[in-house]
Write a protein that binds this ligand. Structure first.
Ligand code: UD1
Ligand code: MG
Length: 476
């Protein structure tokens, strides 16, 4: 192992008591990723020899979440001894024997740090040949953080935790961001001396800083330029603040790439989203998970897209779509709901109050008003009349509806699946279609209309309706 080998240790074993949650703190999501997922995504940019994640609280849940997003991470189990110091100690024990490189310690609950900040921290640490380098921040409200206590020469003397600090120490506004680089050998030696003799009865990693200084080792401090990025999340208030900070960062990133975002305050965009130049995002819009939006498209207002692909120059207004594909120049909304497996072809239309699910709707086809289209294949150039419904569920099983090219259905058609409409077929208004319709046929299922003349005057004599009818009769 060379001197410059790098191991990254991500601390994720704590309970996160202050979250008051069933979910382990590090699995709470912001911008579509878990807190620890953000930390690991950043760690992945640093070319480390190994990345370890220390787990204990709700261990199986955390490990299962990591297995799907970061299978390369090495899981290390912390034992019953609590504290960040113990967490790092078990992580060191799990490194290859004799590892004497640098150890970057990251907190699973500090999700906003960027790779450049960490690279600078590591480079500074190596250039200064320090035993340890601490990332600090100067904050307005240091509550809840460990404080950096400096000596007369201005060097860091030790770190004191909030719960162990006296009033003077508490007034210090320079806080420990919970991110450090250590020389592995010195860290191992000093951790062996750390006890749980403190307010929280935990082995603090922060104790190592004072011990190193007491042994005349060099400890450097790097003050973070971007204070907000050092934000640690311990409760729901901080969770919301971090989500806002990260969202602002994502919104600005897309604005710089040529996306118009009319109201950043009400626009939420997940980290995995891709937007093309000249996309317009209108207020109250959520673009989530792995959604992609092509150039010229307009999303919003009041729209949610989840893992949805939107084509060039398409428009989605006041609607929700999940795992859907919306073709180029297609229009959706207002007030429609595209569920998983919906694909709408180029130049297609899903209008107002329409729900679709597992439906492939062809190029140029329209579902303009008040429809349900589920488990269906719809060809090209189709028009489904207002309130056309695919009755896909027979109370036991789901069945498919197949609609050929250029089919037009009358208003209020019910297509009772399984059923097939051949190309160019039509249905009359109110048709209940239970049998396949051949290509080019007109399907009618409603009984011929019968008018009973004089019914109102005979049966509703004296009502306003009867009077109006009598007037109409005499006027004729
Ligand atoms: C810690 C620091 C504090 C710093 C703050 C920055 C210590 C003692 N204190 O405090 O100086 O200002 O972070 O955000 O380190 N964890 C484990 N095992 C444990 C306990 C915690 O892996 O036994 C993990 C947690 O899951 C979390 C991280 O370590 O990801 C920090 O733990 P937390 O309890 O949040 O420490 P803080 O009180 O925030
Ligand atoms: Mg914390």
């Amino acid at each position: 192992m060379t001197q410059n080998a790098l191991a990254i240790v991500v601390l994720a074993a704590g309970q996160g008591t202050r979250m008051k949650s069933r979910l382990p703190k590090v699995l709470h999501p912001i911008a579509g990723r878990t807190l620890v997922g953000h930390v690991l995504a950043t760690a992945a940019q640093l070319d480390a020899d190994t990345v370890e994640v220390v787990v204990r609280h709700e261990r199986d849940q955390v490990v299962a979440a990591l297995a799907s997003t970061h299978p390369e991470a090495v899981i290390v189990d912390q034992d019953e001894i609590p504290g960040t110091g113990r967490a790092v100690q078990v992580a060191l024990d799990a490194l290859p024997a004799g590892f004497d490189g640098d150890v970057l310690v990251l907190s699973g609950d500090v999700p906003l740090l960027e790779a450049d900040t960490l690279r600078a921290l590591i480079d500074g640490h190596r250039a200064a040949a320090a035993a340890a380098t601490v990332l600090s921040a100067i904050v307005d409200d240091p509550n809840g953080y460990g404080r950096i206590i400096r000596d007369a020469a201005g060097d860091v003397a030790r770190i004191v935790e909030q719960k162990d600090a006296d009033d003077a120490e508490k007034a210090t506004r320079e806080i420990n961001a919970g991110v450090y680089v250590f020389r592995a050998g010195l860290l191992r030696a000093e951790l062996a001396k750390v006890t749980t003799d403190n307010a929280q009865r935990e082995m603090y990693l922060t104790t190592v800083i004072g011990l190193l200084r007491a042994h005349d080792e060099k400890v450097a401090v790097e003050i973070a330029a971007d204070t907000a990025a050092t934000f640690g999340i311990n409760d729901r208030i901080q969770l919301a603040e971090a989500a806002r900070t990260l969202n602002d960062r994502i919104v600005r990133r897309w604005q710089r790439e040529g996306v118009t975002i009319q109201d950043p305050a009400t626009t939420w965009i997940d980290d995995d989203v891709t937007l093309a130049p000249d996309v317009t995002v209108l207020p109250n819009t959520h673009i989530l998970r792995a959604s992609t939006v092509a150039t010229g498209a307009t999303i919003g207002p009041d729209t949610t897209l989840v893992s949805t692909e939107v084509g060039e120059d398409a428009e989605v207004r006041r609607s929700e779509a999940t795992l859907a594909v919306i073709g180029a120049r297609a229009t959706v909304g207002p007030f429609s709901y595209l569920r998983a497996g919906t694909t709408l072809g180029a130049d297609g239309k899903i209008g107002a109050y329409v729900e679709t699910k597992n439906a492939q709707i062809g190029d140029g086809s329209k579902v303009p008003h008040l429809s349900y289209v589920g488990d269906a294949t719809v060809g090209r150039g189709v028009n489904l009349g207002a309130s056309t419904i695919t009755a896909n569920y027979d109370d036991v099983n789901k069945h498919r509806t197949e609609i050929g090219d250029e089919v037009h259905t009358g208003s209020h058609t019910v297509l009772v699946a399984p059923v097939r409409l051949g190309a160019g077929a039509k249905t009359g208004a109110g048709a209940v279609v239970r049998k396949d319709v051949p290509a080019g046929a007109l399907a009618m299922s409603v009984a011929p209309q019968r008018n009973i003349e004089g019914w109102v005057e005979k049966n509703r004599a004296g009502t306003a309706a009867a009077d109006a009818a009598a007037r109409a009769d005499s006027a004729e």
